[in-house]
Design a protein around this ligand. Structure first.
Ligand SMILES: [Zn+2]
Length: 374
């Protein structure tokens, strides 16, 4: 109860600051500055209809179709929405522009990119790039984070399943600290924290856990259907209409926790699989969860990728490294009003350069103070 009150208080405060900054013209000034200095890349995952929002759907993973349409209308008025390649070339050319540049990207390759987002993109005549988890496209298999979310959400609703899980975990798959954390997360229905913790596990270990949880994933089968991935024929249809595609690895493993051989396989094989299905080369990559390091950059470059995207909140400028371009993650919780409409004030707040610098300054100051104390 206290947590919920605190969260709604924070949300109101954020909305107030967001509206105040818009009123003061901060966002307009920032757009003017951006039109001279670079561009921005937005990252989406899923675009869902109201009726498709299930309780295991992570609020950071989607926007509704109405918010998506509202955001695109706003971008149409205030930005020049271009492809990733055009954005990079235009930023490089330093040519004067009337509007700032913006590119749209989608990670993972969910089927709703076709069933819900595609029609809106076409209607608005906006280009976009979809990064495919190549090994799952055209299959009925779920992304590992969806399989985990559905299984744990289903377990949290059944006392019998909770007991079964306790026995399952005692077989040694997870450490005792992880087991305690998961038990607590299930009691609090905070499945997201389990997914976050699993992002530090190698993919093979996650798959072993999922195979043990399989009965719970199947029992939530109807919900599983809403997490379906694109088919190759949908990918080809979107491509024929101007949508671009890139790689998001084969299995959506977190590259920074894998060994070199696995990273190479995930990057190279996803590239060749997509190229063989589309019949043309691809040269853009989005690191799963935005996680990268020097090793992943080196392997991606060796595999022939010319551009790779993270999820760091950074603008694209002439100084940007093309193998770690920043993006701004867009989700319902951050850009929609409590009534579920797109809010340009909240959108401005989320990517405000002024707020990003202020936050970094405050964090640097606090870090400096705590270092002095220790
Ligand atoms: Zn992803």
């Amino acid at each position: 109860m206290a947590n919920a009150l605190l969260a709604s208080g924070k949300r109101y405060l954020k909305l107030l600051v967001a509206i105040l900054l818009r009123y003061l013209g901060v966002y307009r000034l920032e757009r003017l500055f951006l039109s001279r200095s670079g561009g921005l890349i937005l990252a989406f995952h899923r675009v869902v209809r109201e009726g498709e929002i299930g309780h295991s759907l992570d609020p950071q993973m989607y926007v509704t179709t109405s918010v998506f349409r509202g955001l695109l209308l706003f971008l149409h008025r205030h930005y020049d929405v271009v492809t990733l390649v055009d954005l990079s070339e235009k930023v490089e050319s330093k040519a004067p522009r009337r509007k700032p540049l913006c590119a749209l990207t989608f990670d993972d390759g969910y089927m709703d990119n076709y069933t819900n987002a595609f029609a809106i993109l076409r209607e608005m005549q906006m280009p976009a790039t979809v990064f495919l988890t190549a090994g799952l496209i055209g299959t009925t298999r779920l992304l590992w984070n969806d399989a985990i979310s559905i299984a744990f959400a289903s377990i949290s609703q059944s006392p019998r399943a909770k007991g079964q899980l306790r026995r399952l975990l005692s077989t040694g798959e997870a450490s005792s600290t992880e087991c305690r954390h998961w038990q607590r997360a299930i009691e609090d229905s905070s499945v997201r924290s389990i997914v976050e913790q699993l992002k530090t596990w190698p993919h093979a270990k996650i798959r072993a856990l999922i195979s043990k949880l399989e009965p719970y994933v199947i029992s939530a089968g109807a919900q599983g259907n809403t997490c379906r991935m694109l088919t190759w024929s949908q990918v080809r249809e979107m491509r024929a209409a101007g949508v671009s595609f890139g790689s998001h690895t084969l299995s959506h493993c977190i590259l920074t926790v894998e060994d070199g051989q696995t990273v190479r396989r995930e990057i190279q094989q996803s590239k060749s699989l997509i190229e063989s299905k589309l019949g043309s080369p691809i040269d853009t990559l989005a690191y799963p969860n935005g996680e990268y390091n020097e090793k992943t950059i080196r392997i991606a470059r060796q595999a022939g990728f010319r551009m790779a995207l993270t999820l760091q909140k950074e603008y694209v400028s002439v100084r940007s490294n093309p193998m770690r371009l920043g993006r701004f993650l867009i989700n319902q919780r951050d850009v929609a009003s409590s009534a579920g409409h797109f809010s340009s004030a909240l959108f401005g707040y989320e990517k405000s350069r002024f707020l990003l610098y202020t936050k970094r300054l405050v964090q640097g100051f606090l870090r400096g103070r705590s270092e002095k104390r220790t």
